[in-house]
Structures are given as C-alpha cells and as structure tokens.
Write a protein that binds this ligand. Structure first.
Ligand SMILES: [Zn+2]
Length: 303
C-alpha cells in the first residue's frame, strides 16, 4: 500500500514531502510552511477515510469528490499556470451545479474533473478587486475551463449594476456563482437566530439570483467555518439554513474528500472540502494538493 513519507533532510530547515507510487511530486518547504500546509491538507484527513470501501469500484452508487482548489484575488498571476497544467494533465473544470446534475445521474462527469473556486468577489460600487476577479474569469473562459466564484453580496453597500450585469454573463460561460454569505462572518455563532443565518445565506443567495437569474446551489463558507471537525459534521444551523434556501453544497476547507452517494434526497446538504496551492501559492503546491486529494479520497485505488 502506498503511503506518505515525511523525509527529514539533513538540512533541518527543510522537510521534503514525498508522495510515493502514483506521483513524482516532491515539494520542498520550510518547516513552518510545511506544518501550516499539513494542517490544512493532510492532518485533517483521518485514516478512517481509507478504511471504508468508499471508492467507486466497490460501490457504483458513489461518485468520487472532484479535487477542488481554493483561490483568492492574490492568485491572479498564478491561476494561468495552474490552468495550463491542469489542461495538460487531462483535467476538465466543472462546477458544483454540474456535480449536482451528475449526482442525479442526469449528466456524467469528465474523466478527470476538478473544481476551481475563487473567493471574495463582491459587486459593490468601486470595489477595487473586481477587475482582478474579472481577469481571473477571463483566464478561465479563454481556456474553456469552468469555475466557481464565491460572492460576498454586501447588501448594505451600494451595488454596481454594470458589474452584476457582467457576472450575469459569466453564468452563460460555465461559471457558477456561489454565495460566500452577505457579510463574510464566521458561521459558527451560537448567538445567531435562524433569521441571522437566513440573512447571511438565503438572502445572499436570493440576491445573486435576482441580479443574475442563476439559481444558487452552493454556499462557500467564510474562513472554512460551518464544519465542526471534532463532531465530523456540518454545523446543523448552517445545514438547516441551506435547506431553507435550497442550497445543496456547503464548501469549506478541511475534510470533505469522501466520495458522494448518487441520488441524494432532495433536501440533502453535502459538505465538500478544498485544498490550496501549497503554503506559498505555487504551481507545485497546487499539484501536491491535488495529488494528496486523489490519494486520500481513495481514488488511486481504482487503477
Ligand atoms: Zn472569503
């Protein structure tokens, strides 16, 4: 059985993470960066994920969770390199809307699907980052690659109708708009009432639909909140709010790599994780994140 081996080099400031067998990736990181990276990418994946017969060969009613990358506006200049590599490696971009269709067996996914998510776009007037996100969207569309933008709706800010018009056009170019909530606060707040959750989730989703016509099926949670790792569950208040809003996917960071059961119930809310382009925003970090994802998801056992 293949395994992840941590080789402590003679140079104690460096650790090499070596993924054996299926991948030739070697990522050399500083110790601090490595531990940080490990925290978000490896340590969080329990061994139990490998113990159950999750991969689709054993159970045709399961669909592997597509590897998913998380980007922000600072990755504008990294994104083209990563998209080029993904294409060269045979990956095809999909959205959560595609994934929902595939889970309902209405479409089949490409052989190597990947989900590109880009967080924190907002369409309030004068928002200085909008053009950066628009450039990232252009990178995707020019490469014929699908992607998902996490929208902070900021309802109390004056909205730029022309920007909303622009993102409405994106939804015709294989770009999904997910809600990234109204005000980008941590969702695990015991003081919050249902109304608070509805303002952050349902009202935000509805605002996106009102401006663009696209139904919102995905919540990307701020700071990876909404997933209770110790209990291994999505925050029940978040699940209930998503059910009220007709949202199918809660997207955080940790875990959420397990294969998904086909034909989920109409009100099932599925949690999915994401990985990052390494601790230092590099192509090799993204490659390692995807290799790890495929490894830990059990997908590698298929061949
Ligand atoms: Zn965010």
């Amino acid at each position: 059985m293949s395994t992840v081996i941590l080789e402590n080099q003679h140079d104690t400031s460096k650790i090499t993470l070596r993924l054996l067998e299926k991948t030739e990736l070697f990522v050399s990181l500083t110790r601090r960066a490595f531990i940080q990276w490990l925290t978000t990418n490896v340590a969080i994946m329990g061994a139990d994920m490998l113990l159950s017969p999750l991969h689709s060969q054993d159970n045709p009613k399961l669909l592997p969770a597509p590897p998913t990358l998380m980007f922000h506006s600072r990755h504008r200049w990294l994104l083209p390199d990563i998209i080029n590599w993904l294409i060269a490696d045979g990956f095809t971009g999909i959205t959560y809307l595609d994934l929902e269709q595939a889970l309902q067996e209405k479409i089949s996914l490409p052989e190597k699907p990947v989900i590109i998510t880009i967080d924190d776009i907002a369409m309030d007037k004068g928002n200085p980052n909008f053009e950066t996100f628009a450039a990232m969207q252009a990178t995707l569309v020019q490469a014929n690659f699908a992607g998902v933008f996490g929208v902070i709706t900021r309802p109390d800010w004056q909205q730029a109708d022309d920007r909303w018009g622009q993102v409405a056009e994106w939804t015709q170019q294989h770009i999904e708009l997910a809600t990234h909530t109204a005000t980008h606060r941590v969702l695990d707040n015991p003081q919050w009432t249902n109304d608070d959750y509805d303002l952050e989730i349902a009202a935000s989703a509805q605002m996106i639909t009102d401006y663009t016509g696209q139904p919102v099926k995905t919540l990307i949670t701020p700071y990876g909140s909404g997933y209770q790792q110790q209990q291994n569950q999505t925050n029940p208040a978040v699940v209930a709010a998503c059910q009220r809003a007709g949202i199918r996917f809660v997207v955080g960071i940790v875990e959420g790599r397990q294969p998904l059961a086909l034909n989920p119930a109409a009100d099932d809310v599925l949690y999915m994780g994401r990985t990052v382009p390494g601790p230092d925003d590099t192509l090799s970090g993204a490659q390692a994140g995807i290799a790890n994802w495929i490894y830990w998801s059990g997908e590698q056992l298929r061949n």
